[in-house]
Design a protein around this ligand. Structure first.
Ligand SMILES: C[S@@+](CC[C@H](N)C(=O)[O-])C[C@H]1O[C@@H](n2cnc3c(N)ncnc32)[C@H](O)[C@@H]1O
Length: 260
């Protein structure tokens, strides 16, 4: 799902990532001079936002996808970006003041292990923060896509809707994960961001390339079914004739590693 060109991801969900990254830095109270880690850094939007606060040399990013690691390195050359996975972070205990993860926890094979690792590499009193889209609510692009897909192909698309398949897309579930890992002062709140599109084609173009779960579904259809889905998606967005914006809400969890 995330092994294709980073440029296509940046036109897809990555379009929301820079403003989401800036909001995450604020939520996590990231301050100049801190050492910061971005887990599942993708093409580097949050790395870039962190670098603007703490300086690029103080930012480390990890992601299992080689094309994404290359893209993040190109985006912030002075940050240290490497291949790695959340469940087995290649860092010593207490290495970071702030460990953030944007739109990743719900993709982990072992989220408990991932959050345990994020806490382990963060110093006592440091911050661990993560966010997940409100897939069943105000993540307008993905929610509308899946509503259109389920209207045309209920049997196959309905069970694949991310509102059903993605864990931690409700604030109570995300909070429970943060608390169960021993993090303290846990707070979960909403972040709402927007993305702009030149026209509907600008929105649609990444879907048939197979990026993310929605793209994988679109790519699996034959040409006729894909054209019908495109039309239904556009209809549900009000047939935008020119430029438009969509809002997207994520739930953001912030906690502190217990002091010894
Ligand atoms: C939706 S993208 C988010 C990328 C980026 N954080 C952003 O906000 O644009 C999900 C990311 O999680 C990464 N990922 C998947 N499994 C992972 C794992 N086990 N550990 C760390 N990252 C993982 C993917 O490679 C991808 O970059």
């Amino acid at each position: 799902m995330f092994s294709g060109p980073a440029a296509m991801y940046d036109r897809f969900v990555g379009r929301y990532s820079p403003s989401l990254g800036r909001a995450m830095c604020e939520k996590a109270h990231v301050r100049p001079g801190q050492q910061a880690l971005d887990v599942g850094c993708g093409s580097g939007a949050l790395v870039e936002a962190l670098a603007a606060v703490v300086e690029p040399e103080n930012v480390v990013g990890v992601d299992p996808s080689e094309p994404f690691v290359e893209a993040a390195r190109a985006r912030v050359p002075k940050a240290r970006i490497q291949v790695g996975s959340a469940e087995s972070l290649p860092f010593a205990d207490d290495d970071f003041d702030a460990t953030l993860s944007q739109l990743v926890i719900n993709f982990l094979a072992d989220p408990d292990r991932g959050l345990h690792e994020m806490s382990r590499v963060t110093r006592p009193g440091g911050v661990v923060a993560g966010c997940v889209w409100d897939y069943g609510g105000e993540m307008t692009m993905l929610r509308t896509f899946w509503d259109a897909a389920a209207a045309l192909d209920r049997e196959r698309a309905a069970p694949m809707m991310e509102a059903h398949t993605m864990r931690f897309s409700r604030p109570d579930e995300l909070e429970a994960l943060w608390r169960s890992s021993g993090l303290e002062h846990v707070d979960v709140s909403a972040v709402v961001v927007e993305a702009s599109y030149d026209d509907f084609d600008d929105l649609w173009a990444p879907f048939p390339t197979g990026v993310g779960p929605a793209g994988a579904y679109a790519a699996s259809l034959d040409d006729n079914a894909r054209d019908r889905l495109r039309d239904e998606f556009a209809r549900r967005l009000g047939q935008p004739g020119g430029s438009f914006t969509l809002s997207a809400r994520a739930w953001c969890a912030v906690g502190r590693v217990a002091e010894a």
